[in-house]
Write a protein that binds this ligand. Structure first.
Ligand code: PRP
Length: 184
């Protein structure tokens, strides 16, 4: 399957490349202002956030550090199983650090509420959440992001890091997947 074949599985583009770049630059500027004089640690939650993280980190002006964590809760389905697995933990300690968790999407909140509990117990100086996409209509856990790129409707979105069954992550935009793709 190549990119034009992938395009046929997309019902419509929800957020274009240009809109993504503009909003990511705004988020970077906001984080830069809020963390002036500090050295935040950006924690990318793999795999979905890898493209957002790469773009966001380049828009952050103060010194910053990066680390990566991989969690999994969806498997190949479209609904969170509720069970969060740490597939890869952070490389370094976060004690005393100003941590910003960078996520592609905040959906039910299961993953992030679990992760925040885990990270808080490691005594960071501060802990914030930056989510590119927020689907508040699906929230079952009381968690909100400190920085949000876009609020999105309850549609199955892919691209710019987000997958369905591990595909579509390399689309340069956020698109809504045709239901026939996941209903087959
Ligand atoms: C996605 C996303 C978040 C989580 C959000 O990860 O990256 O971690 O789901 O959903 P929630 O708010 O309902 O918990 P996914 O498990 O699909 O893994 P991936 O990042 O490897 O795509």
């Amino acid at each position: 399957m190549n990119v034009s074949e992938m395009r046929e599985d997309i019902d419509h583009i929800l957020i274009s490349e240009e809109e993504l770049q503009k909003r990511v630059a705004e988020l970077g500027a906001q984080i830069s202002a809020d963390y002036a004089g500090k050295c935040p640690l950006l924690v990318s939650v793999l795999r979905g956030s890898f493209i957002f993280m790469a773009d966001l980190a380049r828009q952050v002006q103060p010194f910053c550090q990066v680390d990566f964590m991989a969690v999994s809760s969806y498997g190949s389905g479209t609904v969170s199983s509720g069970q969060v697995n740490i597939v890869k933990d952070l490389t370094d300690s976060i004690e005393g650090k100003d941590v910003i968790v960078v996520e592609d999407i905040l959906d039910s909140g299961n993953t992030l509420s679990y992760l925040f509990q885990l990270l808080k117990a490691r005594n960071p100086a501060s802990l914030k959440l930056c989510a590119l996409l927020d689907k508040p209509s699906r929230r079952t856990k009381p968690i909100t992001a400190d920085y949000v790129g876009f609020e999105v409707p309850d549609k199955f979105v892919v691209g710019y890091g987000l997958d369905y069954d591990e595909l579509y992550r390399n689309l340069p935009y956020i698109g809504v997947l045709k239901p026939r793709v996941y209903e087959k």
